[in-house]
Write a protein that binds this ligand. Structure first.
Ligand SMILES: [Zn+2]
Length: 167
């Protein structure tokens, strides 16, 4: 698989793990050229794992979305890439275990799992996630809101830079 860091196609598998009912296999890989570690998945396409929103709508579980939410919470926190990956994998495992009967999980249940895991790891990240997430329908909104906050901050800092250069 192509290394997401340096683009080399030469990698080795460090660990393979079968998840849930054997419907998915996760492989931890390491790029032979640059040593970057990443994760790949093999799964059956037909039966996607679903996330049920509060209004009852369902959407396929999206690891990238979960990852973004967790990244936001952990931004600038002293947590390594590997730790972040582990957190993400743990949350995913728990979510799939919890929803294994119907192959779906509610956003509220998923949020609780994230909160629990962040609480164990980093209290600041936990508070960030809790204070924002609790008010939102789902991760989409959390990410949107976090982006907005970041934009506002950037706008403010560029404003203050300008006023300083005038002096
Ligand atoms: Zn590489």
């Amino acid at each position: 698989m192509r290394c997401p860091y340096c683009g080399s196609l030469d990698d080795k598998v460090l660990e393979s793990r079968t998840m849930a009912n054997g419907e998915s296999i996760r492989r931890r890989r390491e790029c032979v050229s640059c040593g970057f570690r990443f994760t790949s998945y093999e799964r059956i396409e037909e039966k996607p794992f679903m996330v049920v929103k509060r209004d009852g709508r369902r959407q396929p579980y999206d690891r990238t979305k979960l990852e973004k939410g967790i990244e936001r919470a952990l931004e600038k926190r002293p947590v390594s890439y590997d730790t972040k990956e582990n957190i993400l994998n743990d949350i995913e495992d728990q979510a799939i275990m919890k929803g294994r009967t119907n192959r779906e999980i509610s956003t509220a249940e998923l949020g609780e799992i994230v909160l629990e895991r962040l609480y164990e790891t980093d209290k600041v990240a936990y508070i960030r996630f809790a204070s924002v997430y609790k008010h939102f329908e789902d991760l989409d909104e959390f990410i949107k809101e976090a982006r907005k906050i970041k934009k506002e901050k950037t706008a403010e800092s560029s404003k203050s830079e300008k006023s300083e250069s005038k002096k």
